[in-house]
Design a protein around this ligand. Structure first.
Ligand SMILES: *[C@@H]1O[C@H](CO)[C@@H](O)[C@H](O)[C@H]1NC(C)=O
Ligand SMILES: *[C@@H]1O[C@H](CO)[C@@H](O)[C@H](O)[C@H]1NC(C)=O
Ligand SMILES: *[C@@H]1O[C@H](CO)[C@@H](O)[C@H](O)[C@H]1NC(C)=O
Ligand SMILES: *[C@@H]1O[C@H](CO)[C@@H](O)[C@H](O)[C@H]1NC(C)=O
Ligand SMILES: *[C@@H]1O[C@H](CO)[C@@H](O)[C@H](O)[C@H]1NC(C)=O
Length: 442
């Protein structure tokens, strides 16, 4: 039994909790097995001097894991040191283990960086038409892969890419730091991700993915450095992580306009728990690419500081798809431009072939126990004209702390739902006495 306390204004709140064992977790969706073989990158010529290029060492070590499989799989050990390398593919039944002080560092040479096909649910690279640069660490069609260790670092050295992007001199979409495509049974834990060229961790068309005890860092002004983006993926568990980047900390997606609609693979069963961090954009985001649909998302115990928008659900006409059964609870935010935004007019289109009549459906969004201080504007809920957002349910929300002249605290249109104990009081579109279908989502 331990005593836990926090002070709030002049109150002191204490309660007893018994043992860590009671901590709720979703991480058991992927069992962690014992690897029977342990090989070290140094056996393949790996040199951690920060200058030697280790591409061959990584590719040969992983070739060995793939072609000399052992029952139980193989652990690839990376000892302390800085291992510079070009991108490489991961394979099934492997653990990439970064010791304390191990850094796997990406080269900055975009001219030798391999290109891969665009994702079918995007139809093109996310930034530029055509293919895209392969992720620094890439897993395609793999299963039972673990990236872990003693909080070693995967460093994307993104500044060269960010500068090329700012100058408009890139020909293709920048690489993610880690991407899994069509993969399952993935664990990423106890690793630090630093300076990704683009999104940090991108599981797409994948299932049973656990990301926990990670730290993700990129400068506040780094472009599009999203933290974790589950995309057309199901059964994803994100827990106990700190993320501070230049874009959304966690963004659940499922494809882009006509390509995402045609591919039709939703993101579902996503849990985001005990995540904290800071960003000029959103803390917890859904969208804006949601054309395959997003459902059954639970985000809870989220702590945010110096934010653009605390919670942002975003879609657009032309996206189609749906956003259903989303629950966000126990959020604390401090210093944010906006607390909550649910918007039907956010995000760009891949090309001019999108169908403007492909309207998204947003239904069943519950937000409860959201507390914010120094929040400039409490909320913006703006639905789509011919597809109003419904069952938007707000309970026990307090977003305040700014004194003096301020914009209207809430702005709503094309939305229906219910609000209970919300301060400042939200717009009249949300009923205060007819709970309606919100009863099913509370
Ligand atoms: C793997 O082997 C290395 C030596 O090559 C050793 O230092 C490390 O502790 C081993 N790791 C595990 C998890 O067995
Ligand atoms: C990585 O795997 C993809 C297919 O999944 C393949 O097209 C590509 O050539 C591989 N790249 C490297 C560098 O091994
Ligand atoms: C690694 O980082 C995690 C998350 O920040 C932390 O909980 C854990 O104690 C650290 N582990 C080690 C070995 O330093
Ligand atoms: C999502 O979770 C529900 C309930 O646990 C389960 O029935 C369903 O099969 C899961 N969906 C997917 C796509 O795995
Ligand atoms: C809604 O999502 C929650 C997870 O937040 C899940 O437990 C529940 O089963 C889902 N409800 C339906 C009707 O799918």
């Amino acid at each position: 039994m331990r005593l836990r306390c926090f002070t709030l204004l002049c109150l002191c709140c204490c309660w007893f909790v018994s043992g860590e064992a009671e901590t709720v977790s979703c991480s058991n969706i992927v069992p962690l097995g014992f690897r029977t073989q342990n090989i070290s990158i140094t056996e393949f010529g790996g040199v951690g001097d920060g200058r030697t290029l280790n591409t061959r060492a990584f590719r040969e070590a992983i070739y060995r894991v793939q072609h000399l499989p052992r029952v139980g799989g193989t652990l690839l050990y990376v000892p302390p040191g800085v291992y510079l390398t070009e991108p490489f593919n991961l394979t099934s039944h492997m653990t990439l283990f970064l010791a304390a002080g191990a850094v796997i560092m990406a080269t900055q040479d975009s001219s030798n960086w391999p290109l891969i096909a665009p994702l079918p649910s995007y139809g093109r690279g996310r930034e530029l038409p055509g293919g895209r640069y392969m992720s620094f660490m890439h897993g395609d069609g793999v299963q039972d892969v673990v990236i872990t260790g003693e909080n070693g670092t995967i460093d994307g050295q993104g500044d060269a890419w960010w500068n090329k992007w700012r100058q408009g001199s890139l020909q293709f979409t920048r690489p993610n730091l880690v991407e899994f495509v069509n993969s399952r049974d993935i664990i990423i834990s106890n690793v630090v991700f630093k300076n990704s060229p683009f999104w940090n961790i991108h599981p797409v068309y994948s299932s049973n993915v656990v990301v926990r005890f990670v730290t993700i860092l990129a400068p506040r002004d780094s472009p599009n450095t999203d933290g974790i983006d589950p995309d057309s993926s199901s059964n994803v568990c994100i827990e106990d992580s700190y993320i501070s980047t230049g874009d959304d900390l966690v963004a659940v997606k499922s494809g882009w306009d006509e390509y995402g609609i045609a591919y039709g693979l939703p993101s579902s069963n996503i849990t985001i728990r005990r995540v904290s961090g800071s960003s000029p954009f959103a803390g917890i985001a859904i969208g804006s690419e949601t054309s395959g649909g997003v459902e059954n998302v639970l985000a809870e115990h989220i702590n945010l500081y110096k934010m653009g928008i605390g919670i942002h659900i975003k879609t657009n006409s032309g996206r189609g798809g749906f956003i259903k059964n989303i629950t966000v609870s126990h959020v604390y935010m401090e210093d944010a431009r906006k607390g909550i935004r649910i918007s039907g007019d956010v995000g760009d289109h891949p090309d001019d072939k999108f169908d403007p009549n492909a309207l998204p459906i947003v239904k069943g969004v519950t937000m409860k126990n959201v507390w914010g201080v120094k929040v400039l504007q409490a909320g913006l809920i703006q639905g789509v004209k011919n597809s109003p957002f419904s069952d938007i349910c707000l309970y026990d929300i307090n977003l305040g702390g700014v004194t003096g002249p301020r914009t209207p605290p809430w702005k709503c249109s094309d939305v229906s739902g219910f609000a209970h104990q919300v301060s400042p009081w939200p717009c009249s579109e949300l009923s205060s006495n007819h709970q309606g279908s919100c009863a099913n989502y509370s």
